[in-house]
Design a protein around this ligand. Structure first.
Ligand code: GLC
Length: 565
């Protein structure tokens, strides 16, 4: 009899334990699931959730399981080999299965800089950088671009993009000017709403939607002298008037995450700024997602690494993009909690915020890649949307009579400049590689290929240096900034280089009409070419679909882009 009673009791216990696993019940509310799960977690498991490691720094994939890592990221250019969408999906699933083999089976959230398309992935569609999207002033188009990006990111399994960058760049010497939508808070507001709805859709739980990240909070674009990661020296009134509106709209739009800025506000680093991260963003504005640090952003705080961790977590950072020394990070954070230098309440708040997003993403129900989306990566339909973005981003800066549109017949076109036939130059930084690259770095259509589609091939003579201008009627000269990202893009003098001015001058002195196309991540000082140009066209950093530029040059569509600066 006793044995039977014991068996019944054990069976009862088993049922209770199963029934009580509310966090695994998709019909429970997110709050119920979060509260149930966190009540089961050890300090080790909680600290693991707050740790984001760079995939390329994993000592072993097993570390995901052994350290209960909550997140991984691909930094710019950190790709599997081969760099194909399917290879990304296989990599993601392999990492995710490590996380699912932990005691509580808490899935990873994987983040990436898909900032103008799924730009790490070869043959994904690359959209104009945000400065070009800002020139469109078209929220529907900005939303479509984000929707397509979300589909291509989700197709590789990845759950989260570190976008949109809603910086308000105030000094164009800043190397990240092109990552912002323009120099006004109104553009940041317009873009924040459109992009976040594009990435996150009506529900994060859809297979084709991903979590967005409004960045970099706050004042990244306002540093003195445009110094990247520099010091934004303005009053609180100016900070709120210029750099905050985008975040108000982002929170209204339900953005899941916010990234802290490397920059400082009046001398204090944002990564350790309790007033801005917690009092303002979380308490005053009610942001209920989670704050992620920037890449090793906490390391820039004063003091040793353990103090960096204490300052940043207590200031309100919820997840730290370590990304390399994740074992050290975990060790120190556990010590800080055990020494009461970081409260368990702060840890629980951070972990609850992170788990909330994971439950909302549906990661517990669908942790692995939905392979049915793979064939959508780089699709013609997606390229057509990017082409429309390019078209609407074009701004005509100067146009003398009847020099545009180009004629599709009976007009010999001298297409000049390296940028006229270089996908890398068209796309700019954050494309395949962190700093971008030159040449055929990914699938796309160059301006030369696009022009040839509009006229008989014998009417187009391409040369990098414009050496052969005889027997041509008009010159189209592409002037392109070399690709750059972040601090690598700081430029004291934005004047068009003499070598480019020479190309335009030579064509004009050969008696040709001249049309200059500018590929740049910011406004440039173009005075030296004006006297030699019959038209000047700003194309920003258009991405892979140069057909959109040809659509305007040949008059199939009317230009309607407006300057974002
Ligand atoms: C970079 C950038 C940030 C990016 C992160 C991850 O340093 O500041 O915008 O999301 O690191 O690549």
């Amino acid at each position: 009899m006793k044995f039977v009673t014991l068996k019944i009791f054990l069976f009862f216990l088993f049922i209770v334990s199963l029934k009580a696993q509310i966090y695994l019940d998709p019909n429970a509310t997110v709050e119920e699931r979060v509260d149930d799960l966190i009540s089961r977690m050890t300090l080790e498991e909680k600290v693991g959730q707050m740790t984001q490691a760079g995939r390329s720094f994993l000592n072993s994939e097993n570390d995901i399981r052994d350290y209960f890592l909550g997140s991984l990221l691909s930094g710019g250019g950190s790709s599997p080999n081969p760099n194909t969408a399917e290879s990304w999906a296989n990599m993601y699933d392999s990492y995710q299965n490590q996380a699912l083999s932990t005691r509580l089976k808490i899935p990873l959230i994987y983040g990436i800089d898909a900032v103008h398309g799924h730009n790490n992935v070869k043959d994904a569609v690359i959209f104009p950088h945000n400065i070009g999207l800002g020139a469109t002033r078209n929220p529907d188009l900005i939303r479509n671009a984000a929707e397509v990006t979300a589909v291509e990111v989700a197709a590789t399994g990845i759950d989260w993009t570190f976008a949109p960058c809603i910086a308000v760049p105030r000094d164009e010497k800043w190397g990240r000017t092109y990552e912002g939508f323009g120099e006004t808070p109104e553009l940041a507001e317009l873009a924040a709403v459109a992009a976040i709805y594009g990435y996150q859709g009506d529900s994060l739980n859809e297979q084709k939607t991903i979590a967005a990240c409004a960045k970099h909070f706050i004042g990244d674009g306002g540093t003195t002298g445009g110094i990247d990661q520099g010091n934004t020296e303005i009053s609180e009134e100016e900070l709120r008037a210029i750099h905050l509106p985008g975040y108000l709209k982002a929170i209204e739009a339900g953005v899941g995450t916010v990234m802290a800025s490397y920059s400082s506000w009046n001398g204090q680093k944002l990564h350790g700024h309790y007033y801005l991260l917690t009092t303002l963003l979380k308490e005053e504005l009610g942001f209920d997602g989670f704050i992620v640090s920037d890449w090793a952003g906490i390391d820039q705080l004063p003091g040793d690494y353990k103090n960096d961790i204490k300052e940043s977590i207590n200031a309100g950072v919820d997840m730290v993009m370590v990304p390399d020394r994740y074992v050290e990070f975990i060790t120190f954070l556990k010590e800080l909690v055990n020494e009461n230098q970081v409260s368990i309440e702060r840890i629980d708040d951070a972990v609850k915020r992170i788990l909330k997003i994971k439950f909302e993403l549906g990661l517990f129900e669908n942790p692995l890649t939905d392979r049915s989306l793979l064939n959508l990566v780089g699709s013609q339909e997606h390229r057509n949307i990017a082409r429309e973005c390019v078209r609407e981003s074009i701004v005509i800066l100067q146009k003398k009579d009847n020099v545009l549109p180009l004629r599709k017949e009976n007009q010999k076109i001298a297409l000049i400049g390296k940028g006229a036939d270089d996908i890398g130059l068209q796309c700019g930084g954050w494309t395949i590689y962190w700093q971008g690259g030159l040449g055929d770095i990914t699938e796309g259509t160059t301006l030369l290929e696009a022009v040839k589609k509009n006229t008989d091939h014998s009417n187009v003579i391409f040369s990098e240096n414009g050496e052969d201008l005889s027997d041509t009627d008009i010159a189209v000269i592409v002037i392109a900034e070399e690709p750059y990202a972040e601090f690598e893009g700081f430029k004291e003098d934005l004047t068009i280089p003499d070598s480019d001015v020479e190309l335009v001058k030579k064509a004009k002195e050969a008696g040709l009409k001249t049309v200059v196309i500018l590929y740049s991540g910011r406004p440039m000082i173009i005075n030296p070419i004006l006297q030699y140009s019959d038209a000047v066209v700003a194309a920003w950093l258009p991405g892979t679909e140069a057909d959109g530029i040809a659509d305007i040059l040949f008059g199939d569509f009317q230009p309607k882009g407006l300057l974002p600066h």
